[in-house]
Design a protein around this ligand. Structure first.
Ligand SMILES: [Zn+2]
Length: 129
């Protein structure tokens, strides 16, 4: 009986943001429709224009990743079965950047467009720890 009640409760978890809006194609990276980076999901903290390339943009990008992390959490994207499966695969590799949540490529891409490194400076990957 107790287990039954827990199951019901987990199915009824509701998130403050909508993850799937009608009429939009689902993004294959963040599993949101429209993509979490689509203008329809625009937040006040999104830059209105791309910055010029600069060597010191990594800490600012990290803040954006953290805010996208919260958006993904608010719409339940981290709970998507496909995401959970993706994370399990990533955990088997030896890199350290997946210790928490895997930031989808669409988010990495838009944050790198907003706050680019100089052309000759490679991105360090998305490291949380
Ligand atoms: Zn996406």
């Amino acid at each position: 009986m107790v287990l039954e009640r827990l199951d019901e409760a987990s199915e009824q978890i509701s998130f403050p943001m909508t993850r799937h809006s009608g009429g939009f194609r689902e993004c294959s990276e963040c599993f949101c429709s429209p993509c979490i980076t689509n203008d329809k999901n625009k937040q006040l903290w999104w830059p209105s224009r791309n910055s010029d390339p600069h060597p010191g943009t990594a800490p600012q990008r990290k803040q954006l990743y953290q805010r996208f992390w919260a958006m993904m959490a608010n719409c339940g994207a981290w709970c998507d079965d496909r995401y959970v499966a993706k994370k399990k695969i990533a955990r088997k590799s030896k890199t350290t950047w997946h210790k928490r949540e895997l930031m989808p490529d669409c988010v990495l891409k838009v944050c790198r467009e907003w706050l680019p490194n100089p052309v000759k400076q490679p991105y360090m990957g998305h490291k949380w720890e």
